[in-house]
Design a protein around this ligand. Structure first.
Ligand SMILES: *Cc1c(COP(=O)(O)O)cnc(C)c1O
Length: 223
């Protein structure tokens, strides 16, 4: 495993995909998902120049956060969050990617000491096993969440089925972008909706082609 080479290759590929889609490479931020690895390896990855780190579980988030405190990093929590754990973590998180219920939003509102930048997780593909709101309910959900003034909805997050074809991926990701644009036009208070968190190791080129502004990449760094 050569972390520096993997990092360089991933960043170059993301930049190339952005440019091929007529976008600036600065429009897309690479988030390194360190859930597969220990804090020592995560630190080595940070030393290659990665600035955005993500974990999907609260306990592992806190471990990495503690271990890497001396670095100037942006911290992402990307997995589903149990309400009873919100108080342990939410004020340390720069971006929370998995807002998937109004009850969770209420708990974040209760515990937040400052605005929390959140992505609304949307289940575009309609897969049963996936978390996230249905496309048809997002409108009403945003209205409900608007009453929580600590929650800033920066964008939408979605995950595609692992077995999706390239065509299906393009459809899911472009639908996510269309939905985001639609919701943004409502000009809801504290909901800028400029960002799209989508794309992982296996599908990030297609996500970037279709408007992703944050890609969450794990395994490709550690192979
Ligand atoms: C693990 C994980 C990723 C990264 O997945 P890879 O396929 O390893 O790149 C992205 N998003 C979420 C929510 C994850 O849990």
């Amino acid at each position: 495993m050569n972390l520096q080479a993997n990092k360089d290759r991933i960043f170059q590929e993301v930049a190339a995909c952005a440019q091929a889609a007529g976008r600036s490479k600065d429009d897309v931020t690479v988030i390194a998902v360190t859930k597969y690895t220990d804090s020592e390896t995560a630190e080595k990855l940070v030393q290659t120049g990665v600035k955005h780190i993500a974990e999907n579980r609260v306990d592992k988030f806190l471990d990495k956060y503690q271990a890497l405190q001396v670095y100037d990093l942006t911290w992402h929590l990307i997995g589903s969050l149990q309400r009873r754990k919100v108080k342990d973590v939410i004020n340390l998180v720069d971006y929370f990617h998995a807002l998937d219920s109004v009850k969770l939003a209420a708990e974040i509102q209760k515990r937040a000491e400052h605005d929390i930048k959140c992505f609304l997780q949307v289940n575009i593909s309609g897969e049963e096993s996936k978390h996230g709101f249905k496309v048809s309910e997002v409108d009403n959900i945003l209205e409900e969440i608007q009453k929580f003034d600590k929650i800033k909805v920066v964008g939408l997050m979605t995950m595609a089925p692992i077995d999706a074809s390239e065509q299906e991926l393009a459809k899911i990701f472009s639908e996510a972008n269309a939905l985001r644009k639609n919701l943004k036009e409502k000009n809801l208070k504290n909901m800028p909706l400029d960002e799209l968190s989508m794309g992982m190791s296996g599908d990030f080129p297609i996500a970037v082609q279709n408007g992703a502004t944050f890609v969450r990449i794990g395994s490709a760094f550690f192979k």
